[in-house]
Design a protein around this ligand. Structure first.
Ligand SMILES: [Zn+2]
Length: 472
């Protein structure tokens, strides 16, 4: 399923720091008319830390090992302090964080912030030139003396602690937050759906992150969400932080052993250089079935082309920002009753058998991740769907590689509110498809999917509940 491109001879570093400052953001009428009765109860702090994996670390769940660092991986987050316990939101330049690894991040960051673990929202940007974290999977591989490796347990703990330390430091000097901003812009020529129909009428699902197949390039974009949404936090007229959400697999090329935050990392760093005082956070939306494939041959120079397009979207969304006062938020979370996949090849006995020496290392890793997920379900720890509710704006975090249909559904459930959807929360599920994708035999679901049919309804039900969707 992976599209691997040959590395060019020289790795280029880019990050052009054009110093374009956006000084004037329109403040809408609601802001100026109601600001006199506004009482601030909210405080806010941002944090960042380096989470670059060492050379020799498992990449994309152990599919290959890292050989060099093209550019660093970062964790960027914020913590909100209000009348209730704090809420932490952090976006990490890793592929996925799953099962007990996800719980470990929540536990350590909640201790640092003085809150409950479920009030820590962790999303990964999902670059494939980056690691997957699943601690139980790695322990199983080591117990079986398997050749495969998902992640390094010691490095994982160091990374978690480094981010917790950055969060603690940030909490020493929080800023008041008086307004929240929302802006959106259409992104041109990045996202396309993996599913396309050939001129002969065949449905295919193989339009991956890059393609040189002219039929796949010529086919329409298919179902996507073309809008990049940016929410921002303000202390009066001073912007503190911009959080951008856009749904696409964040890859130009991958698999050669380089570690990279890929084109979203380039775009985010460029925005950070342009607006040094405004913490830039980027989140991948629900993009299990979205890639840059239609617009990307995989040529190394195209990484910068995709970065330019994403950067243009981030900048335009920022320039379209309007603000409203805020003085509180609500936090909700609801469990989803996903069931482990149980078709041929996914029983515990079959998974266990694949940990042995007769199996290729990456297949061992896939089996270990399947077992880790089953163990976690057996322990009664369901996936949670959290929402930070600001009234006119919702931030919702969906698990794993949820398909874009769920992001669009979340927006339709709350037409009265600006719904920002981050995907790649707890990665335990792998792909979360719709029933139609299962019926059409979406080839992506052959291995990287650990949830049983029926997941579509389970996830939609949880979304309706946590978003307080109006009855239809
Ligand atoms: Zn993926």
């Amino acid at each position: 399923m992976r599209v691997i491109n040959k590395p060019a001879a020289v790795s280029r570093c880019l990050i052009a720091a054009a110093a374009i400052l956006v000084n004037v953001i329109p403040v809408d009428a609601a802001s100026s008319s109601s600001s006199s009765r506004f009482t601030n109860h909210l405080q806010f702090a941002t944090f960042s830390a380096d989470v670059t994996v060492p050379v020799g670390h498992g990449m994309m769940g152990g599919s290959w090992l890292s050989k060099s660092i093209a550019d660093p991986l970062e964790a960027n987050g914020f913590v909100l302090l209000g009348r209730e316990n704090p809420v932490v939101f952090v976006s990490i330049d890793w592929c996925e964080i799953r099962n007990d690894a996800y719980r470990r991040w929540q536990t350590v960051l909640s201790e640092a912030a003085g809150t409950q673990p479920e009030r820590v929202l962790i999303t990964t940007v999902h670059q494939h030139d980056a690691p997957v974290a699943d601690l139980e999977a790695e322990r199983l591989l080591r117990e079986h003396k398997a050749a495969g490796t998902v992640c390094d347990l010691e490095f994982h703990e160091k990374a978690v602690q480094r981010v917790a330390m950055a969060l603690r430091d940030a909490l020493k000097s929080p800023r008041p937050v008086t307004h929240i901003g929302t802006g959106q812009a259409k992104v041109e020529r990045i996202a396309s759906n993996r599913r396309y129909v050939t001129p002969e009428g065949t449905v295919r699902f193989d339009r991956m992150s890059s393609t040189r197949n002219p039929v796949a390039s010529a086919a329409g974009e298919g179902l996507i969400d073309p809008w990049l949404r940016t929410l921002s936090f303000w202390d009066g007229d001073t912007p503190l932080c911009a959080v951008s959400f856009y749904a696409v697999h964040p890859m130009s090329y991958y698999g050669a052993g380089e570690v990279s935050a890929d084109f979203p990392g380039i775009a985010r760093r460029r925005r950070q250089a342009e607006l040094p005082g405004v913490k830039q956070i980027y989140c991948s939306g629900c993009s299990g079935n979205l890639t840059a494939g239609k617009y990307n041959t995989g040529a190394r120079t195209n990484r910068f082309v995709l970065a330019d397009r994403l950067h243009a979207g981030m900048k335009a969304a920022w320039n379209n920002t309007s603000r409203v006062p805020i003085d509180h938020f609500n936090f909700r979370t609801t469990p989803v009753g996903f069931e482990p996949r149980h078709d041929a090849g996914f029983s515990p006995a079959e998974l266990e058998a694949r940990l042995g020496p007769g199996t290729k290392p990456f297949a061992q890793c896939l089996a270990a991740m399947g077992l880790s997920w089953r163990k976690r379900v057996d322990a009664g720890r369901p996936i949670q769907i959290p929402v930070i509710d600001f009234g006119s704006l919702q931030i919702v975090l969906l698990p794993g590689e949820s398909y874009v249909e769920f992001q669009l559904a979340a927006q339709q459930m709350r037409p009265d509110s600006f719904v920002c959807v981050a995907g790649y929360g707890d990665g335990a599920t792998g792909y979360v498809p719709t029933e139609k994708h299962i019926a059409e035999r979406d080839s992506n679901l052959d291995d990287w999917c650990w949830v049983a049919p029926g997941s579509e309804n389970r996830l939609l039900q949880a979304l309706r509940s946590v978003l307080k969707a109006k009855a239809q």
